[in-house]
Structures are given as C-alpha cells and as structure tokens.
Ligand binder design. Sequence first.
Ligand code: CUA
Length: 158
Amino acid sequence: MEVDRYERAWMWAATAMLALFLTAIVLTAAIGGGHPASHIETIDPDTLGIQGEFASPGVAAGADGSTTVSIRAEFFVFRPSVIRVPVGRPVRFRVTSPDVLHGFQIVGTNVNVTVAPGYVSEVSATFSRPGTYLIVCNEYCGLGHHLMQGTVIAEQAR
Ligand code: CUA
C-alpha cells in the first residue's frame, strides 16, 4: 500500500506525541507523586448526619499533635463554616456530602477536591502563614451554589 510521504510524516508525528504525553503522565505519577483523587472511602449519605464522625463535624486534635477536620458539604453550607487550624502543622481535611456533588476548594492553597455523596474526600495541607482563607464550592450544586462558602483561620497554636 502506498502511503503519501506527508501522511506518513504526520502519522509518525502523532505517534511521537502520544508517546511523549504518555511518558509525561507516567513520569509525573512516578516522580512528582501526582495521582488521582485520594483513596476510596465510602460512607452512607443517608445516615452520616445522624451517626459517626460527620454527625458532629469539626476540628479534632490527635494525641500526636496532628489535626483532623471533618466537614459536611451540603445544600448550601459547609459545616462547620468557620474552621480554626494551627499554622505550620499538617491538617487533614475529610469532607463528605449527604446530598449532591459539591466542591471543596481553599483559595490560595492546593486544597481542591470534589465532594461526592457516598464518598469521603481526604486532602492534607499545611498553612505556612497565619491568615484567613476562603473556602468555596466549585461544583455547581444548585440555586444556592454561589452562597456556599466558608472560612479557614490559620493561627498560632496555643
Ligand atoms: Cu455546593 Cu456548589
């Protein structure tokens, strides 16, 4: 079969690009530690408001000095909506939804996860500077989507 010279050149170019992009993905995953959103942890969205960790969401300090924040993202609030965390120490955010898909983004940080009902999204961050950070929902979730926000206050641990 006779393939035109230019067509052959473009086929090789496309193949080379595919190889390049695949290599970039593999290298990013292997070296940069880039990976798809957290582990898969499931939860019953119908009962999470009644029992367990997310029935009374909030900030919990671990015995080892770690901080874990449980958050419910729901129509159209984050509970709790004001979160106080220590500066300079890792903070683990655990977020889930009892209703629809929401987003959990802390503006100015690398915290940005999708919150799906039935799953617990987990992300860790360390706030290097004290300050007030805005939390926004970045997945359209309904008429009150634009009202859905919260605050993280990073402060010196007492
Ligand atoms: Cu919740 Cu948009």
